[in-house]
Design a protein around this ligand. Structure first.
Ligand code: NAD
Ligand code: UFG
Length: 340
């Protein structure tokens, strides 16, 4: 299939490009590079041996999108990663988040519709479950209250896509609810490259391990979990990327609206991750216990059975491989894509 990949220069997008090419698909990337670098695409080219067309276009730019659709009138599907994703930043810049994520997606959908492309796979998040009503979380679990504008954009966009599909059954919409992606491609050539101080656990750990930050703050040790620290469903980004390739089966099968959790089904605590990272990589990660982070929940992990049942997708990598590959990327690229 020929796939339009928005946000393809980013962390999950770049890994997904590799899996798409491995499975025999082709892709065209659009990205405004607001949170990424074209260097990731150059490296994806080295890994795949493919010359992937890239357009530096903002998804809010209707004319720019028309240019892409005019040059490539034969897309079968769009995988839509483009969006802003920093939870804390979204609290201080709500308008920027709603404008970029919501307006951007509306402009993209309008452009897709005008060009007769009515298949989309959307990057959603476990954050739409809020404080989940049941654990492990199945797709039947009701959506919950999101505690930040970023999460709201995901929840609202799920609704927009659901309403769109309902209005016109020619649309096929797959909502993929990611749990916590970490890890990197085995080559160590691409990986997560956060701007500034990392918000998320694994990039913070790798930056402590590489000597860029002094110590990890563990946000709370008084949760109702086995060791008191927060429990999450970490998933290797390559498994997540493969989930998108499998989701194309739902599109081909004319799924209408389909929702899948992409997680491993296992919960690990913050200290499980720190201890595994240290053991597997033979490095030390100093940490200290800090107060809880506002908005955090105690436990969040998936029941990923539906994706296996319907798409034949299942995560292959375990927590040790996730820790190994995150470190491999960081130590080979201490400054991300920016070089030494
Ligand atoms: P990322 O920031 O690495 O990638 C997103 C890409 O979108 C970036 O390359 C950025 O430059 C681009 N982009 C942003 N706004 C754009 C716009 N208006 N026009 C064109 N390009 C634009 O993030 P990621 O971790 O790869 O996440 C990909 C998607 O998955 C996002 O939608 C994110 O919200 C979602 N998601 C991520 C996680 C996670 O923990 N990484 C979890 C759940 C969902
Ligand atoms: N944590 C720390 N110290 C840190 C960073 C995180 O102790 O420096 C803890 C958190 O308190 C939490 C766990 O590590 O218990 C994971 O935190 P992350 O920030 O890595 O991930 P979250 O589960 O909070 O959120 C992530 C993404 C969201 C997404 C959600 C569900 O940031 O965008 O997963 O997919 F919505």
């Amino acid at each position: 299939m020929k796939i339009l990949v928005t946000g393809g220069a980013g962390y999950i997008g770049s890994h997904t490009l590799i899996e798409l090419y491995k499975a025999g698909h082709e892709a065209v990337v659009i990205d405004n590079l607001c949170n990424s670098s074209s260097e990731s695409l150059r490296r994806v080219g080295l890994i795949t041996g493919a010359k992937i067309p890239f357009f530096k276009v903002d998804i809010r730019d209707s004319k720019g999108l028309d240019g892409v659709f005019d040059t490539h009138p034969d897309f079968d599907c769009c995988i839509h990663f483009a969006g802003l994703k920093a939870v804390g930043e979204s609290v201080s810049k709500p308008l920027e988040y709603y404008e970029n994520n919501i307006n951007g997606t509306l402009v993209l959908l309008d452009s897709m519709r005008r060009h007769g492309v009515k298949n989309i796979i959307f990057s959603s998040s476990a954050t739409v479950y809020g404080n989940p009503a049941v654990i492990p979380i199945t797709e039947k679990c009701p959506k919950g209250e999101c505690t930040n504008p970023y999460g709201q954009t995901k929840s609202m966009l799920e609704q927009v896509l659901t309403d769109l599909q309902k209005s016109d059954p020619e649309w096929n919409v797959v909502l993929l609810r990611y749990f916590n992606p970490i890890g990197a491609h085995e080559s160590g050539m691409i990986g997560e490259n956060p701007n500034g101080i990392p918000n998320n656990l694994m990039p913070y750990i790798t930056q402590v391990a590489v000597g860029k930050r002094k110590e990890l703050g563990v946000f709370g040790k008084d949760y109702d979990t086995p060791d008191g620290t927060g429990v999450r469903d970490y998933i290797h980004v390559v498994d997540l990327a493969r989930g998108h390739v499998c989701a194309l089966k739902a599109i081909t099968g004319k799924c209408g609206l389909a929702i899948y959790n992409l997680g491993t089904g296992h919960g690990y605590s913050v200290l499980d991750i720190v201890n595994t990272f240290q053991r597997v990589n033979g490095v030390t990660v100093p940490y200290s216990i800090k107060p809880r982070r506002p908005g955090d929940i105690a436990t969040c992990y998936s029941d990923p059975a539906k994706a296996y049942r319907e798409l034949g997708w299942k995560a292959q990598f375990g927590i040790e491989e996730m820790c190994r590959d995150s470190w491999n990327w960081q130590k080979k690229n201490p400054n991300g894509f920016e070089g030494e």
